[in-house]
Design a protein around this ligand. Structure first.
Ligand SMILES: Cc1cc2nc3c(=O)[nH]c(=O)nc-3n(C[C@H](O)[C@H](O)[C@H](O)COP(=O)(O)OP(=O)(O)OC[C@H]3O[C@@H](n4cnc5c(N)ncnc54)[C@H](O)[C@@H]3O)c2cc1C
Length: 438
């Protein structure tokens, strides 16, 4: 007798949701149990890769290769003796399969396999979602609570129109592109406002422009800003300088194959992440930066912003030789890229749901503790019902999980998780202790 399938709800119908839903569909087609996967999406499938989603105008190009698609790296380990069959089935949802099905394969090869635009990437993800009939509930998740159903605790995802109940929840996406240090000031743009300008072909004209934030979000915006009439562009980030992401075989394998990751100490992992991931620009963007003498880097965190005398004054705080130093800098236009926030979902949790998190983790909620608590299945260890946070799983599980680098492995980890299992707090505390004493 087979038990009732569990429900796995995913906040956001983006790349991760499509990857998980595709693998669940193939497992079911093989007669293997898999949870019912439901995505709750405020806009449309793969919205963040199109103009209007707030993160791009759709014309910029993917940084990672499109072959790192929803099945990559095609090394499933979910069904003993049938993993080859599962991988073969997943190739039907590959980037190449999409190109073949839509008559674009030969041209892509002949053009030297170019990185697709974000828009084309969104079309690929939609093609997969349509092909598998991915269930999508339309609506913005505004609140997450816990409810008890037949004695079992479940998550409840509330939108304005409906409530989705689930045995496990996966949080996806980079955050809120609408955030800004000075909302409503015409000299300060959020990420979404910047891309709205770019998509409507409005030329930005300003002397001194600041871009707050590093990483892929800022990199895409810089790529776009080059085309506008600006005299200087200052990138503000807390890092010592603007690092280039290493893209050699060895660095790439850290992303595609996290097998050896957990044998590193936490400080080794932090070091590897700092070199390869956070606040780091791809070699392609760095080449453009080097060639353009308008770009400067300023180290610091924005502590304060104020509009004065037709300019925006930013107070930056830096830690110099152990001392906090504050400096003030004036700009004609500030583009606030800090909306990309891996903890963006926390304000959605009501007090009871936050209590479930704190009780499960055995300590007060913090970004640091959440990151350190992510287990093999990419869920927060000790927390029940299961809460999967792939965006925070880089530190404990491998740098490829928060992004597009190993979506096929991400789906394995999430779908391989036991949605009924509650891990006792004591065993979690022990695993943290082991980690600290290593
Ligand atoms: C401009 C840009 C370029 C990038 N390029 C790369 C790259 O080349 N390679 C790479 O590996 N990574 C890249 N990244 C990182 C990228 O965010 C992740 O790799 C990838 O998008 C993660 O997929 P996801 O499913 O988590 O999120 P997404 O694909 O961003 O999907 C999130 C979805 O959630 C929805 N949503 C958000 N909030 C709610 C809510 N409250 N309720 C309901 N729905 C909601 C959104 O509408 C969206 O559809 C890039 C990021 C940005 C911003």
């Amino acid at each position: 007798m087979t038990s009732e399938p569990k429900t796995l709800a995913i906040v956001g119908a983006g790349a991760k949701a499509v990857a998980i839903a595709a693998k669940a569909a193939e497992l079911r087609a093989m007669g293997v149990d898999a949870p019912d996967v439901i995505a709750v999406e405020r806009s449309g499938v793969a919205a963040n890769w199109q103009s209007g989603g707030g993160w791009t105008d759709g014309n910029h190009r993917l940084g990672t290769g499109p072959e790192k698609d929803v099945g990559f790296p095609y090394r499933s380990s979910l069904v003993p003796r049938r993993n080859g069959e599962l991988d073969e089935r997943m190739t039907r949802h590959s980037w190449q399969a999409y190109l073949i099905a839509t008559g674009q394969f030969a041209e892509w090869i002949d053009r030297g396999r170019p990185a697709p635009t974000h828009r084309r990437w969104s079309q690929y993800l939609r093609w997969v979602a349509d092909d598998i009939g991915m269930p999508v509930v339309q609506g913005e998740v505004e609140r997450i609570s816990v409810s008890t159903d037949d004695g079992a605790e479940r998550w409840s995802l509330h939108t304005a129109e409906t409530t989705v109940h689930a045995d496990g929840v996966v949080i996806t996406g980079p955050g809120q592109a609408e955030r800004s240090v000075l909302p409503g000031n015409p000299r300060v743009m959020s990420i979404a406002q910047f891309w709205h300008h770019a998509a409507s072909h409005e030329r930005i004209s300003a002397e001194r422009v600041a871009v707050i934030g590093g990483g892929e979000t800022a990199a895409s915006m810089l790529n776009e800003l080059f085309r506008h009439r600006v005299s200087t562009i200052t990138v503000i980030s807390p890092s010592v300088t603007l690092f280039t992401r290493g893209e050699s075989f060895f660095e790439n394998t850290l992303f595609s194959d996290p097998t050896g990751w957990t044998s590193l100490t936490l400080s080794e992992r932090r070091d590897a992440l700092a070199r390869t991931d956070r606040g780091v620009f791809s070699a392609r963007v760095q080449d453009a930066l080097l060639a353009d003498d308008r770009i400067r880097h300023l180290r610091g965190r924005v502590a304060h912003a104020v509009a004065r005398d037709g300019r925006i004054r930013l107070t930056l705080s830096t830690n110099t030789a152990g001392e906090a130093v504050e400096t003030v800098h004036g700009f004609d236009l500030v583009i606030d890229g800090s909306g990309a926030d891996s903890l963006w979902f926390l304000p959605l949790f009501d007090q009871d749901a936050l209590d479930v998190l704190e009780l499960g983790m055995g300590g007060p909620l913090s970004g640091e503790l959440l990151q350190e608590s992510i287990g093999y299945d990419l869920a927060v260890t000790g927390v029940h019902p299961k809460l999967f946070l792939p965006g925070l799983s880089g530190l404990t599980q491998g740098p490829g999980f928060p992004n597009l680098s190993c979506l096929g492995m991400l789906s394995d980890r999430v779908l391989g998780s036991d949605l009924t299992a509650a891990q006792p707090v004591a065993s979690f505390a022990r695993s943290r202790l082991d980690e600290e004493t290593r």
